[in-house]
Ligand binder design. Sequence first.
Ligand SMILES: Cc1cc2nc3c(=O)[nH]c(=O)nc-3n(C[C@H](O)[C@H](O)[C@H](O)COP(=O)(O)O)c2cc1C
Length: 382
Amino acid sequence: MALKFDTRYPSIDDLRTRAQKKIPKFAFEYLDGGCNEDVNLIRNTAEIREVQLKPNYLRKHHGSSLKTKLFGIEYDAPFGIAPVGLQGLMWPNSPEILAKAAFEHNIPFILSTVTTTSIERASELTEGRAWFQLYHPTENRLRDDIIKRAEVAECPVLVILCDVPTFGFRPRDIRNGLAMPPKMNLTNILQAFGRPHWSLQTLKYGIPNFEVLKPYMPKDLDLKQLGKFMDQTFSGRLNEEKIKPIRDMWKGKLVLKGVASEYDTEEAIRLGIDGIIVSNHGGRQLDAGQSTIKPLTTIAEKYGDKIEVMMDSGIRSGPDVARAMASGAKFTFMGRSFMYGVSALGKKGGDHTISLLKTELQQVMEQLCCESTTDFPDHLIE
Ligand SMILES: Cc1cc2nc3c(=O)[nH]c(=O)nc-3n(C[C@H](O)[C@H](O)[C@H](O)COP(=O)(O)O)c2cc1C
């Protein structure tokens, strides 16, 4: 097996360790943390890893392919890059690095409304293949304008979010001044000085900005005003009244992210949504909630022929992708894994992380004698 990645970092955990050393503490903790006591964060990965798969060694095997079709598009692997806010804070230019790597590897990249590059730039880097995730604006005028931009940028898929009716309660971010409204304090500044490579890159690319929102933001907001602007601009709680006009307006595929129950899946189907991402935001919203692998199997079994069922939260390796696919996911996403990669390795981080995950997943498939990613459920030990 030819290894097409930096062999010093052959696991997501290695990238995480390296990232922790390279970026300031406040940025690492924003990326790495869950919410409250981190129970849901830990449970996500732990329960994925309880899933066991059986090999059929003597089965005829004609080779294994990672290629996976989703919404009529053939991707080179059954995983994509989940939307992450404030990416430029963790590593300057990271959304651009990831969008480009996703394009080169032919996997989906989802741009967050609150990240640090624009819809137009992400579209340019991916030749119109980037998906876009919309945080729901309070004003219809703003909603319509952002959706129009996504349409003009040829985004094939619009993702809306149901799991952020409130800001997650994240003690580290509160301590570090990254809760809303954010505040930069002396400790944060000193932490940045302790990370020269990060500081130099930040100087090179400039202080990260909310590029999607820039056209709507008053100029020269200080951090306190920024918190107020965000609070006034977005209304987190999603409902039928908000989903219907978006469904009417958006001609492409519409995905609801943050689904963790049968009730919400049925609502999504009723409202004409094309796909759901079973997700708990990587354990960042409801610490007392379930891991995503638990509801996934039932949701996929009951509704998988009516709506595309995807999954994220807790996936940290190729075997984890295989476990999620065997449990019923048609496709998977990861947030932190890719951000650890870029924070650890800068511009090489996107390519490295995707290559690593592809290599691991290919090995699992060949080991199982699983030829196609749609065959994973045959290998599930119930
Ligand atoms: C630092 C951070 C910021 C995030 N920001 C967003 C966001 O802006 N929009 C969104 O839909 N999800 C956001 N998420 C959730 C991810 O899209 C995804 O659901 C989650 O990271 C999956 O869990 P994993 O990190 O264990 O792979 C964020 C996650 C992290 C870790």
